[in-house]
Design a protein around this ligand. Structure first.
Ligand code: HGY
Ligand code: MN
Ligand code: MN
Length: 392
């Protein structure tokens, strides 16, 4: 199992940072698609790629399938485990069961969901959201990457037909989904267990704030005469931190663009991406509303303007209670909630869904430092194998 992670360890890895840059329809993503296809073929599983770019490897066919899997794409400079661990563990569970001569009572499929991180086009879990219908194809296809390439153009460049994007028929054959994932936090460290079961995902979203002002000379323009969008942006970052701390929520500005980006020029525009998450939808919406109110006031005071674009919103998720309880009892594993988003959260709106988490000793994720011990990864495979044995 660890060997499978080793097999893709060099794909999309930045030699400078050691982090992964595996973005949908990029070169690394294409190599990972080939790797996934060869893993399916090596096991005699039937490979399907749907119109959204999600890949599925089927052991058997027909209704009420048990779906496993996760994603292979990454955030910029992501770790080796977020996503891929779930896929290699799923194939390893299939291997263990077939080596035992286990005959599943229902079809089993392993999925690699496209574009879970939304690192290129901005929308989280695009592949699974398009599949369930939570995301409208036209909106996804029009999204642009940092170079102005639309999702439709990126797909066409890889020989995919953008007209095939949308709801997919395979989902009707899925009776349950179990996604294994590295934990992105330290709950399992505190509970002393290598594997846990998910209860819920916090609601979360991404918003782009464009602070628009007037470009001008850094030396010749008096401070009183400027329409500089940067101070309102800075005020907004500080307000986000204050509001998030006050409400027990999370708010992050992890990406900004400054136009034109000259050291000796007042910017004409600062675009900043807010990632916000909270324990419930009311708190999340209040946080964003309050923050935008403060940002607008700060912008207006400087003679600048704020334009707000909602890029992606994911509602609160409560995983299927009976499935969660059954898995937690089978594994005698702790149950925990997470602030991280997952394709499992998207599918949970339509099929009974569960998640297993594998202990992460530091809790670090979305970083090259992300790690899980080999023994814990092996415990994850054993747990997933037991879950499949029980459910299939
Ligand atoms: O951003 C997230 O929550 C993620 O890990 N997909
Ligand atoms: Mn992630
Ligand atoms: Mn993930």
């Amino acid at each position: 199992m660890i060997e499978s992670l080793d097999a893709i360890a060099g794909v999309g890895r930045d030699p400078g940072t050691g982090g992964y840059r595996r973005h949908v329809w990029g070169d690394a993503d294409m190599l990972l698609r080939e790797w996934f296809a060869s893993e399916a073929t090596a096991r005699g599983m039937d490979l399907v790629e749907d119109g959204n770019g999600n890949q599925l490897a089927w052991w058997g066919s027909g209704p009420d399938a048990l779906l496993l899997g996760s994603h292979l794409d990454s955030v910029p400079d992501g770790g080796a485990y977020d996503g891929p661990l779930g896929i290699v563990s799923s194939f390893a569970a299939v291997d263990r069961l077939s080596a035992e001569g286990f005959e599943p009572s229902r079809p089993i499929a392993v999925a690699s969901f496209a574009d879970e991180e939304g690192a290129r086009f901005g929308i989280a879990c695009a592949g699974s959201q398009l599949t369930t219908g939570a995301l409208v194809p036209a909106r996804a296809l029009a999204q642009k990457d940092r170079d102005g390439v639309t999702m439709a153009e990126a797909m066409a460049a890889r020989g995919r037909d953008p007209r095939a994007v949308g709801r997919t028929s395979w989902l009707a054959d899925v009776g349950a989904f179990v996604e294994l994932h590295v934990e992105q936090g330290r709950s399992l460290v505190h509970s002393g267990a290598p594997v846990g079961v998910a209860s819920a995902i916090w609601p979360h979203g991404r918003w782009r704030l464009d602070f628009c002002g007037e470009a001008n000379h850094a030396g010749a323009t008096r401070m009183e005469d400027r329409r500089d969008p940067m101070p309102a942006y800075a005020t907004t970052v500080l307000a986000a931190r204050r509001l998030a701390i006050e409400t027990g929520a999370r708010a992050t500005f992890g990406r900004i663009e400054v136009e034109p980006g000259g050291t000796n020029a007042i910017p004409s525009r600062v675009s900043a991406w807010l990632d916000a998450r909270a324990g419930d939808e009311k708190d999340l919406s209040r946080l964003v509303t309050d923050l935008v109110t403060e940002a607008r006031a700060a912008a207006a005071a400087d003679g600048t303007a704020l334009h707000l674009v909602t890029e992606s919103v994911s509602p609160a998720v409560r995983f299927d209670g009976p499935l969660r309880d059954r898995i937690a009892a089978t594994l005698d594993a702790p149950v925990l909630a997470t602030g991280a988003g997952h394709d499992a959260g998207v599918l949970s709106a339509q099929v009974p869904t569960a998640m297993l988490f594998v202990r992460n000793p530091t809790g670090v994720s979305h970083s090259p430092e992300e790690h899980a011990e080999d023994d814990d990864c092996a415990a994850g495979v054993t747990a997933l194998t037991e879950v499949v044995r029980d459910l299939a």
